[in-house]
Design a protein around this ligand. Structure first.
Ligand SMILES: Cc1ncc(COP(=O)(O)O)c(C=O)c1O
Length: 482
């Protein structure tokens, strides 16, 4: 049935453990990107597995691993300069495996008191990084930033409109709207739809020259909406935009939110880890007065995907939004029970997301993380300086390790895509293209990996130069796709 013989079990674990141990070194020697995005080849490979013919463990693992090696962009590669998907710490990987083995259901305290208390400690610790007092901070681990931001919209709706929990939007007498930077992450648009607000419920506020939300414009928009009978309830500040690492003026936004009685959420999904480093902490000034916060462990805290965190300083607001009475959940601990986490978040049965961060912290301490964040920040500076020296034009300004840039002589989107595709084809690195302010084309590179070295930055610079030289040849041929 589903049990392995001792021999097969030994073979499985030997193969997996050998593969995991060798992975970082093997990856660093190879390509950061697949040879091609070849849909026919990858589908044929997957269809080639016969699910009626069980394989010996080593063969099964090796065939899967080869599929993954050949057919993915590799976020753990030291020259993956990507969207913020991390290289996971080894301890994080081990923590994730342990979570699967013990498989605690971190829904009810009575079922998983150790796992729950570990996550609650982490919630207090992470809140503490932002100056939040441990006795008031509440929160929950989520699958990622999307779920955390969705939780923020739900918590704010429930808190600001008492009828919302029972009646939903039909209990509201005016149209609820909330405010984000035009540069915010698109999870808020999706959250608005999932909360029944529709995308019209999201009011994108113009960003200034530095790509930061313009507070004067925010206040004007709130007043205009109020004047037209709408019901503003939430303002989001982004600390570290996805595109360009801009940090909105959180103090000013928070003051506006308080003046107008709105919930103030900070989306610090990736840049929240900057709070660890004294020289970066000032960037986040104002976060200490936020009502809620998104921070992803699976971004700059280098945990394997998925691990996000949603925190609030409004005690009881999570239960107000998420609690549900039922007769079947475990209650053996009675009144001695701690937090039942299913009462505080969107998930019910839930994986022990926090363990990958916890085990990593046990091995490295906050100091290990502090050093990693500092190092990646320095490498971001090296990248920016190198690009300038080699005649690229930098389009963003941030102390965070993310650079948006174009060649000095063009920002033609087709030329930028050709450079991106050439870097992809070379296998040397992965970078992306984006648009700043909705319309300004840019190449984008972000240091996301604590294993990235100076030499990796220099190799990226060389491959960008090579791609720029080839540009006229390849412009417009998105030949990474077969
Ligand atoms: C600022 C910001 N917020 C939210 C998210 C969404 O997080 P996730 O991908 O973990 O759902 C991202 C993802 O990159 C992000 O950069």
């Amino acid at each position: 049935m589903l049990e392995l013989s001792q021999e097969a079990s030994d073979e499985l674990w030997r193969t997996v453990v050998d593969l995991i141990a060798a992975h970082p070194a093997r990856l660093a020697e190879g390509r950061a990107t697949p040879e091609a995005l070849d849909a026919a080849a990858v589908r044929a490979l997957v269809e080639g597995f016969d699910l009626e013919q069980p394989l010996p463990p080593a063969q099964a693992v090796q065939r899967v691993a080869e599929g993954l090696y050949r057919h993915q962009v590799h976020p753990p590669h030291p020259r993956y300069f990507g969207l913020f998907n991390p290289a996971a710490t080894e301890a994080g990987v081990a923590g994730d495996a342990l979570a699967a083995v013990f498989n605690p259901n971190v829904a009810a305290w009575s079922h998983s008191p150790f796992a729950t208390e570990v996550e609650q400690r982490l919630i207090r610790e992470i809140g503490g990084l932002f100056g939040w007092p441990p006795e008031i901070v509440e929160g929950t681990f989520t699958a990622g930033g999307m779920e955390a931001n969705h939780s923020a919209v739900l918590a704010a709706l429930t808190e600001k409109f008492p009828a919302f929990r029972g009646q939903g939007l039909r209990g509201l007498t005016a149209d609820p709207v909330f405010y984000v930077s035009a540069e915010c992450h698109h999870s808020f648009h999706r959250a608005a739809r999932m909360c029944g607000l529709g995308t019209v419920g999201v009011r994108p506020v113009r960003a200034d020259e530095s790509l930061r939300l313009d507070p004067a414009e925010l206040e004007r928009r709130i007043e205009a909406d109020r004047g037209q009978g709408r019901a503003p309830f939430l303002v989001v500040g982004t600390a570290g935009t996805t595109n360009a690492g801009a940090v909105d003026p959180l103090e000013e936004i928070g003051a506006i939110a308080r003046r107008h009685g709105l919930w103030f959420h900070v989306d610090a999904a990736w840049a929240g880890a900057a709070a660890l480093v004294p020289e970066l902490r000032a960037l986040l000034a104002g976060v200490e007065r936020a009502d809620s916060l998104t921070v992803d462990a699976h971004k700059w805290f280098s945990a394997p995907m998925g691990a996000g965190v949603f925190l609030t300083q409004r005690k009881g607001s999570l239960e107000k939004a998420f609690s549900e009475q039922n007769p079947y959940m475990p209650r053996e601990a009675g009144a001695a029970a701690g937090v039942d986490q299913y009462q505080r978040g969107l998930q019910w049965s839930r994986r022990f997301f926090g363990l990958k961060l916890w085990l990593s912290l046990l091995l490295h301490g906050w100091e290990g993380y502090r050093q990693a964040v500092r190092r990646m920040t320095e490498l971001g500076e090296r990248l920016e300086t190198g690009l300038r020296e080699r005649g690229w034009r930098i389009l963003n300004r941030t102390p965070l390790p993310i650079v948006c840039f174009v060649p000095a002589d063009t920002d033609d989107p087709a030329a930028l895509e050709a450079i991106r595709d050439q870097v992809f084809r070379s296998g040397e690195a992965w970078i992306s293209t984006t648009r700043l302010r909705g319309d300004q084309p840019a190449l984008r590179a972000c240091v996301t990996n604590f294993r990235t070295s100076e030499a990796d930055i220099d190799r990226l610079l060389d491959s960008l130069d090579a791609a720029r030289r080839q540009k006229p040849l390849d412009a417009g041929t998105a030949a990474v796709v077969k």
